[in-house]
Design a protein around this ligand. Structure first.
Ligand code: KIV
Ligand code: ZN
Length: 498
């Protein structure tokens, strides 16, 4: 019998921590339901003590999903654990994930403590969490740089205190695959009560080794992996779910099975990318735009003769359907609804009407409407409750002349207009905008990206604006890149703290 590997998804916790990737509760529920359909075993839904938003999201996710265990993160602090238990009250299956740093640098600099005291705090946190739930996971933060002998003592102690899963995070992404595998192996062989718990991997990708380290951990005995969709997460990200699921599917000889319905991988990847405004790099393994595109003549020739010459995975196995109906301006609501549901997005009839109207506008300007365009449209009404909306924008620009822009804004129902000139169309438009919104704000980052290709493409703009000591992230998408830029700026302003 093959071994079962549990998939612990932390897209909504480690992934959502990434600046600019924050989701609202409705979006988090949408993601959680998609993760359930994908077949993940555990959903880490947030760090409830960190904000009322996280707390409420865990409550709502717990109500919305049935099968996966819902997990809440805490520090080894009683107040955190109390709040986590409260946030999980509606979960059908619940887990508290508590822990503390165990490397010498964490013990000394973060906690100003010593090894023995840290073990005591770890034991106390696990025992306290067990008063609320039967399923307690302990994380030894920075385990990757923790001395193995001491780590084994920590693991043994927390299992004795009642931990059912012990997480061995390579928090800084420092470990080599051989060292990480050896660490898991050491724990499997030196912790006397290891048969009473599951070891979990949690690898970060700072040196591009997260997936390799995770596989090495599994080959040495870990039976849970902590992963995110598209590998998003702190800094360079976490191990990506899609890579792990496909590695064990492609390498059947390893005899490791997951519960992932791999055909839902691609739609889930697109959904996360769209909701979090986080593009997937084209050459990303498994889900990148080029992951199945053979461009060299030799490869194309081989694939046409027999796909097995250059393809180790069938694109259909990850849910890429190249034959899906092409959407155009003549497509009806039903075709749009069908495509959205393939992409994991279910809309109410009213929302579908709004998205369909926007779809027709884009379809008029653009020949082929691709999945990214559609997902953008589906997310477009996320700004419908924003106080500031753009009514119109007119810009004239050219070579040898100064650009001039006039803009109309609707701020909570009141109309405002302004005009300005600038050294380019975006500069002119933003200067006009700033004449209406008179605040001391500074544009810190500005990126424009075409979604696919073609001069009729939708441009996506990401912006960072600093205001009152805080950084705000905004997003805009439009076939007119000046309009997309202003939309992104307005998106930032709408998020300013009142
Ligand atoms: O990377 C890490 O150590 C973590 C823990 C909080 C599990 O994310
Ligand atoms: Zn992490």
């Amino acid at each position: 019998m093959s071994d079962r590997l549990f998939i612990f998804d932390t897209t909504l916790r480690d992934g959502e921590q990434v600046p600019g990737c924050q989701l609202n509760t409705v979006e988090k529920i949408q993601v959680a339901k998609q993760l359930e359909a994908l077949g993940v075993d555990i959903i880490e839904a947030g760090f409830p003590v960190s904000s009322p938003g996280d707390f409420n999201s865990i409550i709502e996710i717990s109500k919305a999903v049935t099968w996966p265990t819902i997990c809440a993160l805490t520090r080894a602090v009683e107040k955190d654990i109390d709040v986590a238990a409260e946030s999980l009250k509606f979960a059908k299956r619940k887990r508290i994930h508590t822990g503390i740093g165990t490397s010498d640098s964490h013990i000394k600099y973060k906690f100003n403590s010593n090894r023995e005291e840290i073990i005591e705090r770890a034991i106390a946190a696990v025992k306290y969490a067990r008063r609320y739930v039967d399923d307690v996971e302990f994380y030894a933060e920075d385990a990757g740089r923790t001395d193995n002998e001491y780590l084994a003592r920590v693991v043994e102690a927390v299992i004795k205190a009642g931990a059912t899963v012990v997480n061995i995070p390579d928090t800084t992404g420092y470990c080599l695959p051989t060292d990480y595998g050896a660490k898991i192996n050491y724990l499997m062989n030196h912790v006397s009560n290891i048969d009473k718990a599951i070891l979990s991997t949690h690898c970060h990708n700072d040196l591009g080794m997260a997936t390799a380290n995770t596989v090495s951990g599994v080959l040495n005995g870990a039976r849970q992996v902590e992963v995110t969709i598209n590998g998003i997460g702190e800094r360079a990200g976490n191990t990506s779910l899609e890579e792990i699921a496909m590695i064990f599917k492609c390498h059947q000889q390893l005899d490791i099975q997951t519960n992932i319905n791999t055909q839902k991988i691609y739609p889930t990847s697109r959904m996360i990318s769209s909701l979090m405004n986080m593009p997937v790099q084209p050459n990303k393994a498994v889900v990148g735009r080029n992951a199945f595109a053979h461009s060299s003549g030799i490869h194309q020739d081989g694939v046409l003769k027999d796909v097995r010459t250059y393809e180790i995975m069938d694109p259909h196995d990850v849910g890429i359907d190249e034959n899906s109906i092409v959407l155009t301006a003549r497509s009806g609501r039903a075709a749009l609804k069908h495509r959205l549901s393939l992409l994991g997005v279910e809309l109410t009839p009213k929302k579908l009407d709004t998205v369909y109207e926007e779809f027709l506008k884009i379809a008029d300007k653009k020949k082929d409407i691709n999945d990214d365009d559609i997902l953008l449209l589906a997310g477009a009404d996320r700004s419908s409750n924003h106080a500031i909306k753009m009514d119109y924008l007119q810009v004239t620009s050219g070579i040898g002349v100064r650009s001039v822009a006039s803009i109309g804004l609707n701020i909570s129902g009141e109309k405002f207009e302004a005009a300005a000139s600038g050294n380019g169309p975006v500069d002119a438009a933003i200067k006009a905008l700033k004449k209406i919104i008179e605040r001391e704000m500074t544009l810190k980052e500005f990126t424009i990206q075409a979604i696919s290709k073609g001069s009729d493409d939708v441009g996506k703009v990401h912006m960072q604006v600093e205001y009152d000591g805080h950084m705000y992230y905004g997003f805009g998408a439009n076939t007119d890149i000046v309009a997309a830029s202003v939309e992104a700026y307005i998106d930032c302003i709408n998020k300013f703290r009142k």
